[in-house]
Design a binder for this molecule. Sequence first.
Ligand SMILES: NC(=O)c1ccc[n+]([C@@H]2O[C@H](COP(=O)([O-])OP(=O)(O)OC[C@H]3O[C@@H](n4cnc5c(N)ncnc54)[C@H](O)[C@@H]3O)[C@@H](O)[C@H]2O)c1
Length: 434
Amino acid sequence: MRIVMVGSGYVGLVSGACFADFGHEVVCVDKAEEKITALNKGVMPIYEPGLDLLVGNNKAAGRLSFTTDLGPAVEAADVVFIAVGTPSRRGDGHADVSYVYAAAAEIAQSIKGFTVVVTKSTVPVGTGDEVERIIRETNPDADFAVVSNPEFLREGAAIDDFKRPDRIVIGLSDDRARAVMTEVYRPLYLNQSPLVFTGRRTSELIKYAANAFLAMKITFINEIADLCERVGADVQDVSRGIGLDGRIGAKFLHAGPGYGGSCFPKDTLALVKTAQDHDSPVRLIETTIAINDNRKRAMGRRVIAALGGDVRGKKIALLGLTFKPNTDDMRDSPAIAIAQTLQDSGAIVSGFDPEGMENARQLINIEFASGPYQAAEGASAVVLVTEWNQFRALDLSRLKSSMAAPVFVDLRNVYRAPEVEAHGFTYHGVGKAD
Ligand SMILES: NC(=O)c1ccc[n+]([C@@H]2O[C@H](COP(=O)([O-])OP(=O)(O)OC[C@H]3O[C@@H](n4cnc5c(N)ncnc54)[C@H](O)[C@@H]3O)[C@@H](O)[C@H]2O)c1
């Protein structure tokens, strides 16, 4: 199959490289010239484990190429995926689908022969209908079908998720498109990955419902964690105790500083807006958003409390800045709200992240250190914000030796209190009675 991927960000680049690895001929398009120039030089514009190797191998094999020129690529394509961003629209929180519609109009101009246009971006219900309308209006002679195929990969494990998905959701009504999509995903289908064929609107909603459910699950355990602290229970044991129940499942039951990232915050909000527009409010999700928004700053206040309530002039070190490990993505990371809360209270904040420093510089104004021990120098507390492997086996004696006061706030429950306290620290976890 000749595939074009419009948008070469986290989703487009990973999906494009994986499709090429399946043996398809893939052209990744992006309008950001610097991204395409970098990719053509073999430099990855994002950090994702294993991506450089996958891209390099498939480029060398002649199956994967990069361009800013959408027209010729689309002319030759059997399938065109739209994988552009759908951020929150400023002001009202609806998903901003303007990039999707702009891409659809551009694609329409170059369609030749039967072409399947697939929205891989996360888009509100009805977006596929509008994409279809735009293409028909722009190019009335085009022979095409519009399909919804939302992506469920997780940053940090994106390649594995794409190649071994729990399911592939495909929303369509056109038989020719169904045959093409089956061919596109044949390697996974042969590998027993379930293909869920459904209507386009249903497919669009499945993605939002999935993300909203996961956000709600995280928020649930975060509230239980707060309760654990009040009643002298341990949230990690509660998670295990409920997670072993097959009806509940163990995943997404890790208490922490609240969800962040490029998907959950904007997708939960967009779902709430869609639901309100249709007079069918999703109150569980509205509440989830409110709890999570409050939680991020509450984590900052928790650090202040751990330091006795006054942090003016004190240095506090954040270990990990990205919203989760193994990515450089800083979008809506809890570290942003935590840093700001601490700074608002007069603290001097330092921080280190293995991959997210460059993106963090655009969003927060803290002292950026060259490593965890450097960040902790002179600090009155270290706060483990993101559970990078590198922070799982810190030399606690070394860490403490350069600190002004030995306070360790572990927002991911990576450590056990006794092992940290044995090094002379005061330890604060999440969902554990201090
Ligand atoms: N990041 C994730 O983990 C993830 C997971 C599942 C789904 N999604 C969804 O996938 C979509 C893309 O997310 P992302 O994180 O990859 O975004 P991103 O911001 O990393 O990448 C989007 C890319 O699209 C490019 N672009 C925009 N308009 C274009 C156009 N007309 N022509 C060519 N290129 C264009 C941008 O320059 C950018 O490089 C979003 O809808 C998101 O919700 C993301």
